[in-house]
Design a protein around this ligand. Sequence first.
Ligand code: SAH
Length: 337
Amino acid sequence: MELEALVETHGEPRYRAQQIAEWVFRKGAGSVEEFTNLPVRFRECLTRETVIGRLELVETTVSGRSDTAKHLWRLFDGQTVETVLMRHGYGRTVCVSTQVGCRMGCRFCASGLGGWVRHLRVGEIYDQVLAVQRVSGQTVTHIVLMGMGEPLDNYENVLKFVENVSAAYGLRISQRRITLSTCGLVPRIRDLARAGYSLTLAVSLHAPNNELRNDLVPVNRKHPLEELIPACAEYAALTGRRVSFEYALLGGLNDSPESAVELADLLTGLLCHVNLIPANPVPEYDYSAPTPTAVRAFRRVLEQRGIPVSLRREMGADIGAACGQLRRRYRPRGRKE
Ligand code: SAH
């Protein structure tokens, strides 16, 4: 661990690394002065040599039903990211962003509209969880890597985040309560299957055939369904974890009963689950939400064919916090919000 090397160069015992990790990752200390179980002289050295960054809250927007809050943070370079906190009967889920912008170009998602700027650093992903806890006063129980960005495009940092947040020195959030969602970067899915984590993998499928998926999720042109589905099967086989397929229902595009039949055929025999998401509005695109009748019919087809299916409860659509609505908002430092 890098912290151990740091304490050793100061001639301090190794257990100091554990103490520092707890201050930073579990207690969310904002400065070295707060590390009260460390000798004053060592703290002075650390203050000189290290920077403890904190996300700066720009604004919080709360949904009409008050079950969802969206936070906009400013990063050290003036870029901004959004994080969503959702309250459920079973706990509190935080939806974190992994990149500033996104370069996957999905045809219905707001996150790609402002282009891609950069990966988030490990600390910037981690701080979203700490900062949400700090400003809300709530303890986070579940994490979904479903905010802005493609987590598997920022693979190393995302996995370090997962390690830290689930560690004994961190927030101790079980990896089983962390869901990583990807649009289908097949080589990374295969890496992840072998990496020894117990994350829930969610795959943004959205179409039952290559023709439609090439259009909706352009990464499909590079990694088509005949590569993606076996990679998911392998993930399930190697981890024993059920893969969750997200399917955003876009009115008149992919929500017909025929598409449902095709989807059921594609997934039959796989250890999986389908999560239907009625499309959330993004003004720049011209698709519509599916009708309630189309959603019911689609769901019934999957159920009849034995595919486990659930309907994602819409949360935060009124504040632009629902799936696919997070976007890049750049606001120069110092300007009034
Ligand atoms: N890049 C990752 C993480 C984003 S998660 C991924 O693609 O999985 C956000 C989820 O919301 C994805 O399944 C995404 O495809 C879906 N989504 C994007 N835009 C949406 C919209 N307008 N309505 C409903 N779901 C949308």
